[in-house]
Design a protein around this ligand. Structure first.
Ligand code: 2E4
Ligand code: SF4
Length: 319
């Protein structure tokens, strides 16, 4: 096994990769909430982002991760995760007198605003996304009576809407750009009066990571995506490479890299999802370097300069 894996190789490093602005902001929010709390507990509802390493590190600093608000004591501090929450969760927090710090990514919050706007004009909102994902649950919660989830182009034919002339669509922020375009085309074919957000709601970071990977996956014998299995955007990267015909694996960290994948893989495409810390990518390169000389080529398809401001509750601690 070792002998087959030991070889000189080329690593095509997709860029952009790893943390996006929304994730950096969410982690910063928890860090600052911990500082502000001065030892009092800071609860975080759900994983702040879908990455085991990020969650473990913040837990080690004292953050208390809970699934639901009933695990937060009355009057306690709670951070909402980057994926957003439904109005029902917000209402419960305010009823319970919780001190809320909202780490919802501003680009998810934008989709919530659209959901409210589309529902307010009387439309049925067709939300393209994955069932059970926290982001779709939050967005669906804006107008639950008026929103239908669409997971695939095959779902479109079965949609039952009260007035086909009054339909709008929205999307989850972390979907595959190509698959979503197909679904939106199918929606438009069925509902010519369909209105929407312009193109879709897939965010810049999701789009850029997919484009960057596309620029390397065709040339690679193997694609490695660093990210957690419950991370929608990370999963989409591995699926994209596989759809393009390249074997792809999603790993939490270098410890999950398997020698048998590397046998015969002279060129490796490497990237990471938006919730994965960049240093985990460096660890993979270092491990590969232990198996022979590695020539790292960065393939940059976009430069990201997006930064988001912090929520008011933790802004004072910023400077
Ligand atoms: C909020 C919105 O949505 P996904 O499962 O990709 O979330 P993850 O935490 O992996 O990535 C950050 C993020 C957060 C993406 N969109
Ligand atoms: Fe925000 Fe996009 Fe990052 Fe999600 S992937 S946190 S929507 S910037």
């Amino acid at each position: 096994m070792w002998s087959a894996a030991v070889a000189p190789r080329r690593v095509l490093l997709a860029s952009p990769r790893a943390f996006c602005a929304g994730v950096e902001r969410a982690i910063d929010v928890v860090d600052r909430a911990l500082e502000r709390a001065g030892g009092e507990p800071v609860h975080v509802r759900k994983q702040i982002v879908h990455n085991v390493h990020v969650v473990e590190e913040l837990a080690a600093k004292g953050a208390v991760f809970v699934e639901e608000l009933d695990a937060v004591p009355d009057g306690g501090t709670v951070v909402f995760s980057a994926h957003g929450v439904s109005p029902a969760v917000r209402d419960e927090a305010s009823r319970r007198g919780l001190d809320v710090i909202d780490a919802t990514c501003p680009l998810v919050a934008k989709v919530h605003i659209e959901a409210r706007r589309f529902a307010a004009r009387g439309d049925t909102v067709l939300l393209v996304g994955h069932a059970g994902h926290e982001e779709t649950e939050g967005t669906l919660g804006e107008a639950p009576e008026q929103t239908l989830l669409v997971e695939s182009a095959a779902d479109v034919a079965a949609l039952d809407v009260p007035d086909p002339a009054r339909v709008s669509y929205l999307t989850q922020t972390t979907l595959a750009v190509d698959e979503t375009a197909e679904i939106v085309d199918a929606l438009r074919a069925r509902f010519p009066a369909l209105r929407g957000p312009g193109t879709d709601d897939i965010c810049y970071a999701t789009t850029n990571r997919q484009e960057a990977l596309r620029a390397v996956s065709g040339e690679a014998d193997l694609v490695v995506v660093v990210g957690s299995a419950n991370s929608s955007n990370s999963l989409r990267l591995a699926e994209l490479a596989a759809r393009d015909g390249t074997a792809a694996h999603l790993i939490d960290d270098v410890g999950e890299l398997r020698l048998e994948w590397l046998a015969g893989a002279a060129t490796i495409g490497l990237t990471a999802g938006a919730s994965a810390p960049p240093r985990l990518v460096d660890d993979v390169i270092e491990a590969l370097s232990g198996l022979g000389p590695v020539d790292v080529e960065v393939r940059e398809t976009a430069v990201e300069t997006v930064r988001f401001g912090l929520p008011p509750q933790v802004r004072a601690a910023q400077d």
